[in-house]
Structure formats: C-alpha cells, structure tokens
Design a protein around this ligand. Structure first.
Ligand SMILES: [Zn+2]
Length: 305
C-alpha cells in the first residue's frame, strides 16, 4: 500500500511539473483492476524474501523464478509486474561503487542521420536494423485483427494479448540493440559527442523517418549517460544547429544546402564528404571545444580524412 501511494504521488508530481512547464498536462487516470499491473515492496524481508532459487511473497507463497542473472549486492526493494500476460520481478540492489574503465585516448562524434542510422567522425556507419520494420508490420497486422474482433469476446482477449506481446517484443529488440551499441561505445571511447536532440522536435522532424531512433532516442541517450557515468566516460551533448550545414574543414556554410543533399562539397576549401560524416566531424569538434572551455583539454586522436 505504501508503494501504491508513492506511485500515485509520483504520478501527480509529474502532472504538476507538466502543468508548470505548460506542456499538455494529462491528469493521472484511474487504474481499474484491468489496468493494474504492479505491486511493490519497500523493504527486504517485509513482504518478500529470496528463499534459495524461489521468491517468497507474503499472501502468495514461494514462487518459482527464472533468474536471468544472479543478483548482486544487497536487495533493497522489489516490484512484481505483469506485462503482456507474463509475470516479472525486479529487484533493486545496493551494489559497490563502479570502477572506472582505463582511458583509451579515443574520442568519437556521432551524427544521427538520414543515410545511415548513425555515422561517426571517421565515416563509419551503423545502419537501421532491418528487423525493425518487420516488427512494425507484424504489429500492424495484429492490431488489425484486434480491431476486427468483437468487443467482450474471448477472441478479442486473445488478440489483445498478441498485440501486447508484439509491443513487448519490439521493445526488447530495441533495448537489446541500443544496449549493445552503448556497450561498444563505452568500452572504446573516453569522450562520446552526440547532438542534444529534443524528442518532441524529432517527432515533427522528418529527418529521421521510421527509424529505430524514433522511439529509441530517449532510451539511447539515457543509457549512454548512465553507462558513461558508471565507467567514468564523458558524454557531451552539443547544440545540433548547423552541424550538417557547415563545412567541417573551414567552417563556411554550404550553398544550396537542403535535406536531399547526400554528399557535400565545399567551394572554398574543396572538402568533399558524405553529409553525415561531415556532421559527425562538426559534432565532435563542438564537443572538444566545450571540453576545452571547461578546462578539460583532451587531444583528439583522429585518423586523417
Ligand atoms: Zn570548407
């Protein structure tokens, strides 16, 4: 009950913050039994306990758990959730401080672009995963079946579950994709520069058309910031304005530049580059300037291009 009250409080605080920020507020809605999906416990040993490989929850008993990994440190709180007809338990633990990774002397700038999903300052690209669209198509088919099912029928209930499962599936794939990407970045670079894109503008921005970043940008950014903090890495968010429009070599503005330009050539210095590659160079440059101004000079180790 304590956790339920805290959840309610969080919902209202978030609502008030949205009101204050003059955003679309959205009053917290009542969750009926049908919408109910989680219960929480505040203290280990008070309502829940790990007994061997099982979890004991008061009022329920000993539950068999499929552990996806052993827990670390000391368990503090617990939440039992139901998602798409399946039950999950998440344990929050107190773990010892993380140890910073050894410095690599490498820095990287990333552009979230049109040609490829991500392009770095060396011109290396990460493509939009092909399975992402497939998952979306599958979802649409399932949603259509749900829409055609008669209200209140068992059939509809089944179709609803299949839509929910598909959403879960897509979410898990997306999470997996970004987790691996972030892991690679954190392992290999001391400084990672990305554009400080605002999610709200991105929805209106057709620059990124139906890519995994549409729904995953917020997750990617947060994950990167969290993991960087753990590993002692630095993520620099730079102002995205004019990163594509400017020559990364001489700083002049390209003429006749628009969204359809895939390859940029500079009339002044003769630079000729993929547009996203050029943008990534600008992003890295901006980040290094920010670090320099903050008194944390890092000599970039750039391969020529
Ligand atoms: Zn130039």
């Amino acid at each position: 009950m304590q956790v339920a009250v805290e959840d309610l409080d969080k919902a209202f605080q978030a609502f008030f913050n949205r009101v204050k920020a003059k955003e679309e507020a959205g009053y917290p809605r009542f969750k009926s039994g049908k919408r109910w999906h989680s219960i929480g416990f505040k203290q280990y040993g008070n309502g829940f306990k790990v007994a061997g490989r099982r979890l004991r929850i008061s009022g329920v008993g000993r539950i068999h758990v499929r552990w996806h990994r052993p827990y670390e440190g000391q368990i503090k709180t617990c939440r039992v959730l139901r998602k798409a007809g399946r039950w999950y338990v998440s344990l929050a633990c107190d773990v010892p401080e993380f140890v910073a990774l050894p410095e690599t002397g490498r820095v990287i700038g990333l552009d979230m672009g049109i040609n490829a999903l991500i392009t770095d300052d060396k011109g290396e690209q990460v493509d939009n995963p092909r399975w992402y669209r497939q998952g979306q198509t599958e979802l649409r088919l399932k949603q259509r079946k749900l829409a055609r099912a008669q209200r209140g029928s068992n059939h509809r209930q089944k179709k609803l579950l299949s839509v929910q499962r598909q959403h879960e599936h897509i979410k898990n794939q997306r999470k997996d994709f970004f987790d691996k990407l972030v892991y690679e970045l954190i392992q290999n670079y001391d400084v990672i520069a990305i554009e400080d894109l605002k999610i709200k503008n991105m929805v209106k921005n057709h620059r990124l058309s139906k890519s995994i970043l549409d729904a995953g940008w917020g997750y990617f950014k947060q994950r990167l910031l969290d993991k960087a903090a753990e590993a002692g890495r630095e993520v620099v968010l730079v102002n995205p304005a004019y990163t594509s429009k400017k020559c990364s070599n001489c700083g002049c503005e390209f003429e006749n530049f628009n969204l359809s330009v895939r390859w940029v050539t500079c009339n002044k210095c003769g630079l000729s580059l993929d547009r996203d590659h050029n943008a990534a160079l600008n992003i890295l440059d901006r980040a290094l300037k920010i670090l320099k101004r903050a008194g944390r000079v890092r000599e970039p180790e750039r391969s020529g291009s």
